[in-house]
Design a protein around this ligand. Structure first.
Ligand SMILES: Nc1ncnc2c1ncn2[C@@H]1O[C@H](COP(=O)(O)OP(=O)(O)O)[C@@H](O)[C@H]1O
Ligand SMILES: [Mg+2]
Length: 583
């Protein structure tokens, strides 16, 4: 067999002429530096490879070596607390080895091969095992127990086990003989091709919310565990902030945060912030249940394409252990731009705005990997995907936003005008939606209270009425409205400012438990009811407003700390008194 050598180089795209041995999506080593690459097209003349590292200095004639397997993620203990690049190379370890910059082809292991894990073997000789079964566990961090699972597809009998004790990721702890008589050494880690979803037993119906502690999300536009959401918004409207808030506070067990093509300093900020944060539920550092994938705008473009797949593969792996995982991708637009750049260099026929024709299918393949699953080993786990979209000029009609919309069931449209008015979250309540409410109703009834669903409907109704009245007010001014409609405008303001607006930097308001969300809604709706009665008796809205009761209710989010939500009950009395005092 003749040696395969580079024929041409165009940015991250390398061609080999008359190659013989390659297969599609195979991982290859390119050049003397052994850069990581992937075969993306094969024709009778050329094999085309995209290279995941910078190709500066690469020359025609250098060898291309096949590996026979697709690009894989290494899955095992040591993923959490780590920071990887798009192809799962640990940035810290790379920095130690080669200075602050990643050297091309630097050959580092994904996981720390020297670290010793405190392993408990959970099978014994003679046990029948199959893909997904747990054969060993170890505490990966203070918060998360890592479960080593038989690779999907393998089935057989345990023929040898190690004693419980300290092992590295590459030590075998169990040997399994399959039905053909081959013996497999099961170490603490395994490989999985990043572009293939990990197999499951069954997709389960959506029924539990991913509680974020952010009122506009939890109450109006909830995302489910196993659900998908998109956050489209122009520059500075709060996409990153929204993702940070969810990453910090949502009730997932594990967070995978993919910083994709955004500025490097923003990623540094994420790292600093996350390492300081304490998990509210456990009192331990948040990093104990977080993995970061950083592929900033100055890193190679093809690795940016891979970062999304790497992230979701890690997420699926922890789901298989029975955990609830939330993955944030910031931003999927930068990822789509990477697709566009590579597609352009391949001289493919461009579709809308230069994006390749396969953009929709790539987006759907990504979002389809979300779900609430019954795993191979019988446990249940979920992957929820939250993708930021940054359309040029905040124009939601562009292809990435439009195509994303087809595949997600939650749409949190960020609004420039709201952000400009410092109404955060700048989630526009007339453009946003969640398709999950119906699936979650039973959960709310049981876990929050039977009134949650009807209260949130009433809140939406008030906002919708206000939107209608706004049209009239725009034309003729607020004075033409009859008293009952003036009241709607006042109450809607209480909903917007007192409820939907939420300050990420305020110690109590940054996270609001569901019980407090319900109680706050109850207070606002009680205010509405009492004022409606008063207006029916001929009292005027301005006079009620002058008592200061609207302002008081608006401020309840700051005045009532999260550990004293029973104090919200005092508002009923105050509302009664205020309304009574109006002549
Ligand atoms: N929920 C929020 N609470 C307070 N401030 C916010 C909130 N969301 C956004 N901001 C403000 O808006 C700024 C820009 O938000 P950012 O998330 O970086 O925007 P984007 O990622 O869309 O460009 C933040 O630095 C912060 O000052
Ligand atoms: Mg951002």
């Amino acid at each position: 067999m003749s040696e395969n050598v580079i024929y041409s180089i165009n940015g991250p795209v390398v061609k080999v002429k008359n190659a013989s041995s390659f297969s599609m999506l195979e991982m290859v080593y390119v050049g003397h530096a052994k850069l990581m690459g992937e075969v993306i097209s094969i024709s009778d003349q050329f094999t085309t490879i995209q290279v995941y590292e910078t190709t500066t200095g690469l020359k025609p004639g250098e060898p291309v070596i096949s590996t026979g397997s697709p690009i894989c993620a290494t899955l095992g203990p040591g993923i959490l607390r780590n920071i990887f690049d798009g192809i799962e190379r640990p940035l810290k370890a790379i920095a130690e080895q080669s200075g602050a910059f990643i050297e091309a082809g630097s050959d580092v292991d994904s996981l720390d091969v020297g670290a010793l894990w405190d392993v408990t073997v959970t099978v014994k000789v003679g046990d029948q095992v199959k893909g997904g079964d747990v054969y060993a566990t170890c505490p990966e961090t203070d918060l998360i127990v890592h479960k080593c699972m038989i690779a999907p597809g393998l089935k057989g009998t345990v023929v040898e086990v190690k004693e419980n004790g300290k092992y590295t990721v590459n030590d075998w702890v169990v040997k399994v003989q399959d039905e053909q008589g081959n013996v497999h050494e099961c170490t603490l880690c395994q490989k999985w091709p990043i572009k293939t979803p990990r197999p499951i037993n069954e997709r389960l119906p959506i029924s539990i919310p991913l509680v974020t502690g952010q009122r506009v999300i939890d109450t109006l536009f909830p995302i489910a565990k196993g659900g998908t959401a998109a956050i489209p918004g122009g520059f500075g409207t709060g996409k990153t902030m929204t993702q940070h808030q969810i990453a910090k506070w949502c009730d997932a067990d594990i967070i995978v945060y993919v910083g994709c093509g955004e500025r490097g300093n923003e990623m540094t900020q994420v790292l600093e912030e996350f390492s300081e944060l304490i998990d509210p539920k456990s009192g331990k550092p948040l990093t104990d249940r977080t993995v970061l994938i950083a592929n900033t705008s100055n890193m190679p473009v093809a690795a940016r394409e891979a970062s999304i797949y790497t992230g979701v593969t890690l997420a699926e792996y922890y789901r298989d252990m029975g955990y609830h995982v939330a993955i944030m991708a910031d931003s999927t637009s930068r990822w789509a731009e990477a697709l566009r750049e590579i597609s352009g260099r391949l001289e493919e026929m461009p579709a809308e705005e230069g994006f390749p024709a396969y953009l929709p299918s790539r987006l759907s393949q990504f979002y389809e990997r979300a779900g609430y699953m019954k795993n191979l080993n019988g446990t249940e786990g979920s992957v929820s995907i939250i993708g930021a979209v940054s359309p040029q000029g905040a124009d939601f009609s562009e292809p990435v936003t439009q195509n994303t919309k087809r595949f997600v069931r939650c749409f949190w449209a960020l609004d420039k005008a709201l952000a400009y008015a410092r109404h955060y979250f700048a989630i526009n309540w007339t453009q946003s939606y969640s398709d999950y409410v119906y699936d979650l109703e039973k959960w709310y009834d049981k876990n929050v209270g039977p009134k949650f669903v009807s209260d949130r409907q009433e809140l939406s109704y008030i906002l919708a009425e206000e939107a209608k009245l706004n049209e009239i007010v725009k034309l003729m001014g607020p004075d033409v409205l009859p008293e009952d409609q003036k009241l709607i405008m006042e109450i809607a303001k209480v909903v917007r400012v007192g409820y939907l607006q939420q300050n990420a930097f305020h110690k109590d308001d940054t996270y609001v438990p569901m019980e407090k969300q319900l109680k706050m809604m109850e207070v606002i709706l009680y205010l509405n009811k009492k004022c409606q009665e008063a207006v029916a008796q001929g009292k005027v809205v301005r006079a009620i407003s002058e008592t200061g009761i609207f302002e008081q209710v608006i401020k309840m989010k700051y005045d009532i700390p999260n550990d004293h939500i029973e104090k919200l009950d005092t508002y009923y009395h105050d509302i009664d008194e205020a309304v009574k005092s109006v002549a």
